[in-house]
Design a protein around this ligand. Structure first.
Ligand SMILES: CSCC[C@H](NC(C)=O)C(=O)O
Ligand SMILES: [Zn+2]
Ligand SMILES: [Zn+2]
Length: 414
C-alpha cells in the first residue's frame, strides 16, 4: 500500500498529476481497502513494504496478529515512543451513505467520505507521512519511534493490543509514551484524552414462576425485569441530568447506562420462566467501582428472588495519564501544541480504545486525532474528513513526534 517506487511520497506540497497532495492520495488509497468487520481484508495493508519505513510483521501464530513496526532513534537505550493505530473499521449501512463508503469520494470542498476517514485511517497515514518527512529532512530523533498497526480494536482489541502488551516482543520495544486515537472536535480546539471510562457489559437474569397467560401468577420474571429496568434507567436519568446541568462536564465525566438487549418468552400465552436484560455501562475513572457494583447487587436483590447478574465485559482500569505541567511527556506534548497555537481540551474518552491496555501496563498514553472544525462522525453514516484538516494533522504530528522523541533522558535512563 505504501508506494516506494514513486519517490518519497511525503506530500507537503508534492502533488500527483491530478493536482492532489500525495499524502491525500495515499490516505484515499488506504480508505479504499476493505478492512471492515466482520471479515476485514488485511492482505494488502499487512504485506506493505516501504523504502523509508522498515516493516516487521509480528505473527502471533495462535492469534494471527500482524504488527508492522518501525525503528529509528539515535539512542536506542532510551525509552521509545509508540505511535499506535488500528487498521480495522466498523461496518456501514451503505444505503444511508451519499457515496460508496469505500470509494473515498472527495467533494468540491475537499471533504473525503469513507468509513475510517476519522476512525482512524487518517491518523495512520498522518503518522507515516510525518515520520517520512522527518526522515526526508534528515532529522535525527533521539528516542526510537515505533509505528504499530493493530488489527482488531473495533471488536475489543483482545487478539491485538490486549494480548500484545503481555507479549515479550512488546516489552522489548521499551515504550515510554504512547499516542493513540482520539476524537474530532467541531470547534477550533483539539481534544486530547488522558483516560477512559470503564466499559461494563452486564446481563441481569430474572427467573420467575411460569403459568398460563390468562392468570395473575405471583413472582413473575417480568415483574422482576421491570424493577431491574427501572433501577438502571432511573440512574441513567440522574446521570443525564448531571451532565446537562453542569457546564464543565463532558460525557467522559458521567456514567452512561443503556439498555441494549432483552431476551425471554416463548409464546403469547405462556408466562416465561426467565427473562434477561443487558446493559452497556460506561463508568468514569473517578467512580469507586466496588461501591458501584454493590449498588448493582442491591438493585438486583430489590428486584426479587434469585435475580442474578453476569459480566460480559468488566474493565477495572482507572489509570490516568499525567497532564501535570511538570510531567516530561505531557510538557513536551503540550509545549509543541502551544508552539503551533493549538488550543487543547483535555477529556476522558467516553468509549474504550486500545489505550486502556497500554495504560494498564503502566505506559502513559494520550488519545489524539488532530481533527478540529470537524463533526464527530466515527461509526456514523457519511463519515468524512476534510483534506486540509488531514494535511494539517501531518504537520502537527511531525512537530509532536519530534518533541516527544527529544524528551531528555530521565535519571534512570542515563
Ligand atoms: C469494550 S470493547 C469495544 C470497544 C469500542 N470502542 C469504540 C472506540 O467504539 C467501544 O467502546 O464500544
Ligand atoms: Zn477507532
Ligand atoms: Zn471505532
Amino acid at each position: 500500500m505504501l508506494p516506494d517506487k514513486d519517490g518519497p511520497g511525503v506530500g507537503g506540497g508534492h502533488s500527483s498529476p491530478g493536482g492532489e497532495d500525495l499524502s491525500v492520495s495515499l490516505f484515499r488509497e488506504y480508505l479504499r481497502l476493505k478492512t471492515v468487520h466482520p471479515d476485514p481484508d488485511y492482505g494488502e495493508t499487512s504485506s506493505s513494504q516501504d523504502a523509508d519505513i522498515k516493516m516487521r510483521l509480528l505473527d502471533m501464530c495462535l492469534l494471527g496478529l500482524l504488527s508492522p513496526i518501525c525503528r529509528s532513534g539515535t539512542n536506542p537505550t532510551l525509552k521509545s515512543i509508540l505511535l499506535n493505530s488500528h487498521t480495522d473499521v466498523v461496518p456501514v449501512y451503505q444505503e444511508h451513505w451519499k457515496y460508496d463508503a469505500f470509494s473515498a469520494f472527495k467533494d468540491a470542498e475537499g471533504n473525503i467520505f469513507a468509513r475510517g476517514s476519522q476512525d482512524m485511517k487518517c491518523v495512520t497515514i498522518q503518522y507515516i507521512q510525518a515520520v517520512r518527512r522527518l526522515k526526508a529532512e534528515g532529522r535525527k530523533l533521539m528516542r526510537t519511534v515505533h509505528l504499530m498497526f493493530v488489527p482488531d480494536e473495533e471488536v475489543g482489541g483482545h487478539k491485538g493490543m490486549e494480548t500484545f502488551v503481555k507479549h515479550p516482543e512488546f516489552n522489548k520495544l521499551n515504550i515510554g509514551f504512547a499516542l493513540d486515537e482520539g476524537l474530532a472536535n467541531p470547534g477550533e480546539a483539539f481534544t486530547v484524552f488522558y483516560g477512559e471510562r470503564n466499559p461494563w457489559w452486564i446481563t441481569v437474569h430474572c427467573p420467575g414462576s411460569p403459568g398460563h397467560g390468562s392468570r395473575f401468577v405471583e413472582n413473575t420474571a417480568a415483574e422482576k425485569l421491570r424493577q431491574v429496568i427501572n433501577s438502571f434507567l432511573d440512574f441513567r436519568e440522574k446521570e443525564k441530568q448531571r451532565l446537562n446541568t453542569s457546564e464543565c462536564f463532558t460525557l467522559g465525566d458521567v456514567t452512561t447506562v443503556n439498555m441494549t438487549m432483552v431476551k425471554g418468552g416463548v409464546a403469547y400465552n405462556v408466562i416465561p420462566a426467565d427473562m434477561d436484560v443487558s446493559f452497556d455501562l460506561r463508568i468514569p475513572p473517578k467512580v469507586n467501582l466496588q461501591e458501584f457494583e454493590r449498588q448493582i447487587k442491591k438493585w438486583c436483590t430489590e428486584a426479587g428472588e434469585d435475580v442474578t447478574y453476569k459480566f460480559a465485559q468488566k474493565s477495572m482500569n482507572q489509570k490516568l495519564t499525567s497532564t501535570a505541567e511538570n510531567d516530561p511527556w505531557w510538557s513536551a506534548f503540550s509545549a509543541a501544541c502551544k508552539a503551533m497555537n493549538l488550543t487543547l481540551e483535555k477529556e476522558i474518552f467516553p468509549a474504550a480504545t486500545d489505550s486502556r491496555f497500554i495504560r494498564a501496563v503502566g505506559i502513559p498514553a494520550i488519545g489524539f486525532s488532530p481533527m478540529n472544525r470537524t463533526p464527530i462522525l466515527l461509526h456514523d453514516h457519511n463519515e468524512y474528513l476534510n483534506e486540509r484538516v488531514f494535511l494539517k494533522g501531518i504537520s502537527v504530528f511531525e512537530r509532536l513526534i519530534s518533541a516527544l522523541a527529544s524528551v531528555p533522558a530521565f535519571p534512570d535512563e542515563a
